[in-house]
Design a protein around this ligand. Structure first.
Ligand code: NAP
Ligand code: GLV
Length: 313
């Protein structure tokens, strides 16, 4: 079996060694310019057109992350980037849910305990006790109750927060008030802190906009862990300027790395991290992919992590 591996920034040798350790009979190689060798499977992140377009024998393409918005958008701009009728899989959890929980808890607690404001006070040598937030008033809304959103919502509920969740289809999750797509207003009303874990699709792009911000509680908090294109940047800056939003933590941006002249850098209410809330971990991702490859080889139809191209996630 031939496996093509391509990731523009990962340690390819390390990945290839790990894949071969689990599939000793496989020939695993990385892309080099002009290569015409065809593979049975491709494990890729952010591939250019020439990497996959000539791959006529593929039985599966595995995206080395959870989100597939970038590759699907590229396919729209450059038809032929993805060979036709080859199942496209993404990673499901593979160590990312725990990382998302950690990041969400750290960010929520920083705002809940007002540590961001105490840090600002320290800059001015101010000793001033602020009133505490209460669990009753600090309602958390999680947009997207998929593999990552559900685990984040559940963990925050276990800490004692009132948690609401919103997804396309209605979910039933212990200790989380779940709302479906057409119940967005009910979901958003009363939300003090909003966490975004939606996939970025034509339906969700720009969803974090003025109209949504207006419906949040005054002085709300935003934590965007999903994609930068969910945010209408000007609307966020305006919502912060008029104090509708008190502070935002952003891990993802429409342009990454965030350009040095971008106003987000100089907005004190915005906390920036460089797209690290949940990183792909080779030791967790490879067993998930290998398990699927072995099932496909046996002739099984593998549904887990299969991308629905109509839905875009
Ligand atoms: P997932 O399992 O596919 O879950 C997506 C959730 O969003 C589902 O609950 C889905 O509803 C809901 N949804 C999709 N479209 C919707 C719409 N139009 N209206 C309402 N709800 C909608 O995805 P995941 O694995 O949790 O990952 C979510 C996203 O996180 C990824 O797409 C990626 O962009 C981002 N991410 C970021 C990082 C990072 O480091 N910052 C790391 C990993 C992932 P249904 O359940 O009804 O389908
Ligand atoms: C990272 O953003 C991912 O989608 O895995």
């Amino acid at each position: 079996m031939d496996i093509l591996f391509y990731h523009p920034s990962a340690d390819s040798n390390d990945w290839i060694a790990r894949i071969m350790a689990q599939l000793p009979n496989a020939n695993v190689y990385t892309y080099h310019q002009g290569a015409t060798q065809t593979a049975d499977y491709a494990l890729v992140w952010d591939p250019t057109r020439e990497i996959l377009s000539h791959q006529d024998n593929l039985k599966g393409i595995f995206i080395l992350g959870a989100g597939v918005d970038k590759i699907l958008n590229q396919q729209k701009r450059m038809p032929g980037l993805l060979p036709q009728n080859v199942p496209l899989y993404r990673l499901e959890d593979a160590g990312m849910a725990l990382q998302m929980q950690e990041y969400a808890i750290a960010s929520v607690m920083r705002y809940f305990r007002r540590l961001d404001e105490y840090y600002q006070q320290q800059q001015h040598k101010q000793w001033h006790v602020l009133s505490a937030h209460s669990y009753e008033e600090f309602v958390i809304g999680v947009m997207g109750l998929g593999v990552l959103g559900e685990q984040v919502a559940t963990r925050l509920a276990a800490l004692g927060f009132k948690v609401k969740g919103w997804s396309r289809s209605k979910k039933s999750i212990d200790h989380v008030d779940c709302y479906s797509q057409n119940q967005h207003d009910e979901f958003i009303s009363g939300t003090k802190l909003l966490i975004n874990l939606l996939p970025c699709t034509p339906q969700t792009q720009g969803i974090l906009n003025k109209s949504l911000f207006t419906k949040l509680e005054d002085g709300a908090y935003l934590i965007n862990l999903a994609r930068g294109n969910h945010v209408v940047e000007e609307d966020l800056l305006n919502a912060i300027a008029n104090k509708k939003i008190k502070a935002a933590t952003l891990d993802v941006f429409a342009t990454e790395p965030l350009p040095s002249e971008h106003p987000f850098w100089c907005t004190p209410e915005i906390t920036i991290t460089p797209h690290i809330s949940a990183l792909t971990q080779a030791d967790k991702a490879i067993p998930q992919i290998v398990e699927k490859i072995l099932r496909i080889e046996k002739g099984e139809k593998v549904a887990e992590g299969l991308i629905d191209l109509e839905k875009g996630y």
